[in-house]
Design a protein around this ligand. Structure first.
Ligand SMILES: C=C(O[C@@H]1C=C(C(=O)O)C=C[C@H]1O)C(=O)O
Length: 380
């Protein structure tokens, strides 16, 4: 299936997630897609429809594995609202933590296996991002927008997204990806291109002095600076052919979310060819070593072998309009909600390099899961 015209859905309540297949809340504005005119499970078919004017806009999610189906739609309309999303903050059902997959011990064992590979004499792998998931159960239906409202309210930047995944095929029908990603994969406005890769993490601390010291420690950590540099190098290599100018600071700066410190680098450039859309740019740069590794193919193979299919976790979530402008976020700090709204699967990962410690890596994934758990009102 490339593109399917969509008949008016029976599910037409203004509040229904299917009538609003996509919301991206950002500090500088919110994009809300209303209704579905066409859907695409092929990213390239969607990008082509946009370029030749058949699609007025494309919104949705790209999977982690670019060869898997995407969940993209052309909405009936695309609304831009100022500031972050101000959706209704409503009661959540009771939510209980279920099984971790893999178990914490198995995640540590996988990191150890990756470290053996990173240390082996004939190795070419420099970094691999390993992730784990946590399943949660809701007593009653969890509305994706109820989780979104809480994530947006909890994030100082008001970041959040909710994406209907049904366009990716029957297996995804009725499912949603909801999260609060701090990481801009790519943004295009006219010929201005920018992104803000994050890699290198440390937990926030409740005591301000120790929080500040933790941030400073991250900024000085050789291991984290190395993890970060690999992401910046990959973005430079992907963007240089597409841009006439590319401005990349020599060293990263500290960025914070309510749960984590990150190393971040603000990248900006000038697009060489205005026919290249924000969606084309997202395809060109995804997956970066922030969610995959270096070299990309070797890291992807190891992830597939150790984790299996990641679905839309560590993919990209965003929009592109008829001018080719748009914004795509890295699909992290998120959970997938099933069609019944009662099973929620949250994912978190972290970059492994030769100097990584398996137990620290496990702790980092636990801290990262904190974003979605706080949104769900659940204590880890
Ligand atoms: C993979 C995730 O986060 C990514 C990995 C990071 C790291 O390894 O330090 C930091 C930010 C993100 O680019 C995640 O949150 O699941």
């Amino acid at each position: 299936m490339e593109s399917t015209a969509v008949a008016e859905s029976a599910d037409i309540g203004a509040d229904s997630p299917s009538s609003t297949p996509f919301i991206l809340s950002r500090p500088h504005g919110t994009v809300v897609a209303v209704g579905t005119r066409a859907q695409y499970d092929s990213t390239l078919a969607a990008a082509e429809a946009l370029r030749d004017g058949r699609a007025t806009a494309i919104v949705g999610a790209l999977p982690f594995d670019p060869e898997h189906p995407s969940a993209l739609v052309t909405p009936q309309s695309l609304k831009h609202e100022s500031g972050s999303w101000n959706g209704e903050y409503r009661e959540l059902p009771r939510i209980r933590i279920g099984p971790a997959a893999p178990t914490e011990a198995e995640h540590v064992a996988r990191v150890e296996a990756a470290l053996r590979e990173l240390h082996s004499p004939d190795n070419t792998l420099e970094k691999v991002v390993l992730a784990r998931s946590l399943t949660l159960h809701a007593d009653e239906r969890l509305h994706p927008h109820a989780l979104l409202a809480r994530l947006v309210a909890h994030d100082q930047g008001g970041n959040g997204f909710s994406v209907a995944l049904g366009a990716a095929g029957d297996a995804w029908s009725g499912k949603h990806l909801v999260g609060s990603s701090p990481e801009v994969l790519i943004r295009r406005r006219g010929d201005a291109v920018s992104c803000h890769p994050l890699a290198g993490s440390a937990p926030r601390r409740s005591d301000p002095e120790s929080d500040r010291r933790t941030g400073e420690g991250l900024a000085a950590s050789e291991k984290n600076l190395r993890e970060h540099a690999l992401v910046v190098d990959a973005l430079r290599a992907s963007l240089a052919p597409l841009c006439t100018e590319l401005d990349i600071p020599d060293s990263p700066s500290l960025t914070r979310t309510p749960h984590l410190w990150h190393l971040g680098t603000p990248v900006s450039g000038r697009l060489r060819d205005r026919s290249v859309t924000a969606l084309d740019l997202a395809v060109a740069v995804h997956p970066t070593p922030a969610v995959c590794g270096t070299p990309t193919d070797a890291a992807r193979r190891l992830i597939a072998e150790l984790e299996g299919d990641r679905g839309f976790y560590a993919g990209a979530v965003g929009w592109t309009d008829s001018d080719g402008d748009g914004e795509w976020m890295v699909g992290i700090r998120c959970a997938e909600i099933d069609a019944r709204g009662t099973t929620i699967v949250a994912h978190a990962g972290g970059g492994i390099v030769a100097a990584s410690d398996p137990h620290d890596e496990l702790a980092e994934t636990t801290t990262k899961l904190g974003t979605i758990l706080a949104g769900l009102g659940v204590e880890p």
